[in-house]
Design a protein around this ligand. Structure first.
Ligand code: G3P
Length: 218
């Protein structure tokens, strides 16, 4: 499974990229607004930090403008993945940009039928929002299961399932069990994956016993 970081906070991205375990970054208009920074500038900086797909979302809603914005964003860096919403104009834009060789991440996906349309439109990634379904007492991970099942029936479909709106390590575990291709994680969720109290306790005991030997390796 690939791990993307879901933020426009370059300090958090730099810190997590240092682990060598970050495969890409996703942003959206809300995350860009939260950064308080110029959109193009912060996306350029992110491209310099992480060598992988960097999602930057269009904000137009009509086809012609979406394509124009997507083409401008794609010029920022070869790793730019243009994000478009799962609307009719968004999928029409996806088809046009993907045919030009631009990576496209179709976002705001909430049904397997939507995901099937996005794959037919040539999406590089589909972003189902699991947390927002959970938030309204629906089963977000069932959507992932449905999409993976549908996509597996059609090997010619190359779209990768990018699990988004992730709220906890449990979402990551379930997504991995289902065979999702990517999880995009808020920094705190990615950091939480490292942690287990028994690891901390066990290491403390190992080091305490080692200390008693009076030895050193170097
Ligand atoms: O990449 C999409 C993600 O940022 C949405 O997450 O927590 O706003 O549902 P959230």
């Amino acid at each position: 499974m690939k791990f993307f970081v879901d933020t426009a906070d370059v300090d958090a991205i730099r810190d997590l990229a240092d682990t060598g375990l970050v495969d890409g970054v996703t942003t959206n208009p809300s995350l860009i607004a939260k950064s308080g920074r110029d959109f193009v500038e912060v996306v350029k900086e992110i491209c310099d930090i992480v060598d992988g797909p960097i999602s930057a979302e269009v904000t137009a809603t009509a086809y012609d403008e979406m394509v124009a914005e997507g083409r401008k964003l794609a010029k920022i860096h070869d790793n730019i993945t243009v994000k478009v919403p799962l609307t009719r104009d968004g999928l029409k834009t996806c088809k046009s940009l993907s045919e030009e060789g631009t990576m496209v991440n179709v976002t705001l996906c909430f049904s397997a039928n939507q995901a099937l349309l996005a794959a037919k439109a040539g999406a590089t990634f589909i972003s189902p929002f699991v947390g927002r379904l959970d938030d309204i007492a629906m089963d977000g991970m069932q959507l992932i299961s449905d999409i993976v099942e549908v996509y597996d029936n059609y090997p010619a479909l190359m779209t990768e399932v990018l699990v988004a709106s992730v709220r906890s390590p449990m979402h990551v575990l379930e997504a991995a069990k289902m065979g999702a291709d990517v999880c995009t994680l808020p920094p705190d969720v990615l950091l939480a994956l490292f942690n287990h109290p028994l690891t901390d306790k066990g290491l403390e005991a190992f080091l305490a016993d080692w200390q008693k030997t009076g030895q050193s390796i170097l």
